[in-house]
Design a protein around this ligand. Structure first.
Ligand code: NIG
Ligand code: FE
Length: 401
């Protein structure tokens, strides 16, 4: 495969060290066979590489390809009616309890074929790719029966073949209780959710197992049933936890050494401590906080105190976060939650990779995949600074421009 030497570049390697962003002002970067083989200061370039075909970046900035580690981008329909209802004062929980919310997307998702689901998702995914996203996590969770959960995951995986994009899939059968099991959440878990997970796993469609631990969804005990099966299948877990209330979901996630706990607005210090001990990453989702007019912020100061890495993601979904822009999400993480611009970019690169259990991307280091974003900006902080402006110049996936 092609050898390329990127020259005349600023490079935000995102490697942790003394320099913010791991920034190289006069950098060069070489890729071969889909991997980064060398990255450093131009003056240190080894002579065996200096004759490779060159791509002069004219002082542009290279960052790792962005990683959106929490999305529900595969779904049917839209929920603007609920947007209008919330503007009139209805809450997310009230709408959900009245049969709207996730259940309204369930109906729309079940009614579409796998091909139709893909057709609806692709324009959204293309927006994400257009902002430099190279790895995208996609959850199931709007099928809530065996056939439709598998359909969603298949659609998600096919998107990764139809587009130059790495897709990671999470099984989210424990997202809501479907109408045919209304009032019988335990029975839904035992009779459907566990079998759906086994079926999806057997077909090789699951990278991780997720759940929604909340009053309007599932109790920690019910989530534990799903996590226990995940563990026995050798699958890592993650959890929507402490989004609307504190049910101690993050502690449960930590008990199962979860890759991440996500949302976390209502998390308390014991929960933070448990996450720190387990190495569970905090995924913060400012889009849902913003859309739902939430007032309680995730405990960012405690995450820093306990050195818990914070990932940042869109949570792209038709209800609580109709947000497609990872750049805007980074800006919101700064403006709404007071992350630094460096933390926001770490959140969409290095820490997002770890939230997906990935070690081969998220920083610019020799040996990692050549998944890169190249920007028309001078400094990496600019990526979090502007609102509604996309400075992407080019994107590289597995070495391919
Ligand atoms: O991450 N919190 C639960 N799940 C989604 C919302 C899903 C929906 O409202 O459709 C979330 O916010
Ligand atoms: Fe979510």
């Amino acid at each position: 495969m092609q050898k390329i030497l990127y020259t005349n570049a600023r490079i935000a390697t995102m490697v942790q060290g003394d320099t913010p962003y791991g920034l190289l002002d006069h950098g060069a970067l070489a890729t071969e066979n889909g991997k980064i083989v060398w990255c450093g200061n131009r003056v240190d370039l080894p002579s065996r590489i200096s004759s490779w075909p060159k791509h002069d970046l004219e002082s542009r900035l290279i960052t790792p390809g962005l990683i959106d580690c929490h999305t529900h981008v595969v779904h049917g329909g839209e929920r603007s009616k609920e947007f209008a209802l919330r503007l009139e004062g209805a809450s997310y929980e009230e709408i959900a309890r009245a049969g709207g919310g996730i259940l309204s997307t369930l109906k729309a998702t079940r009614s579409l074929s796998e091909d139709q689901l893909i057709d609806e998702a692709l324009p959204r995914v293309d927006e994400m790719i257009g902002e430099g996203v190279t790895t995208l996590e996609i959850k199931s969770g709007y099928g809530l029966d065996i056939e439709n959960e598998v359909k969603m995951l298949r659609a998600a995986r096919r998107i990764g073949k139809l587009r130059p994009l790495r897709v990671k899939t999470s099984f989210l059968g424990a997202h809501a209780v479907p109408p045919e099991f209304a009032g019988r959440a335990d029975a839904y878990i035992e009779e459907i959710c566990l079998s759906a997970l086994e079926a999806a796993h057997q077909q090789g469609l699951v990278d991780a197992v997720d759940g929604f631990c909340e009053g309007i969804a599932f109790s920690p005990q019910q989530i534990e049933r799903v996590f226990t099966l995940a563990q026995s299948l050798g699958l890592p877990v993650k959890l929507h936890a402490e989004q609307l209330s504190n049910l101690d979901g993050a502690r449960l996630a930590a008990k199962f050494h979860a890759l991440s706990a996500d949302h976390l607005e209502y998390l308390d210090e014991p929960g933070v401590a448990a996450m720190a001990k387990a190495g569970t990453i905090a995924v913060i989702l400012p889009g849902a906080f913003y859309t739902l007019g939430e007032k309680t912020k995730p405990p960012v100061a405690l995450f820093r105190k306990y050195r818990i890495p914070m990932a940042v993601a869109t949570d792209c979904n038709p209800g609580s976060s109709p947000l497609f822009s990872i750049l805007l999400t980074m800006n919101m993480a700064c403006t709404l939650f007071q992350l630094t611009a460096e933390e926001a970019l770490e959140g969409a690169t290095r820490h997002a990779a770890h939230a997906l259990g990935l070690d081969d991307c998220g920083t610019i280091t020799a040996g990692k995949r050549a998944d890169l974003a190249i920007w028309n900006v001078d400094h990496p902080r600019e990526l979090s600074y502007r609102i509604g402006f996309n400075p992407l110049y080019s994107r590289v996936l597995g070495g391919d421009i």
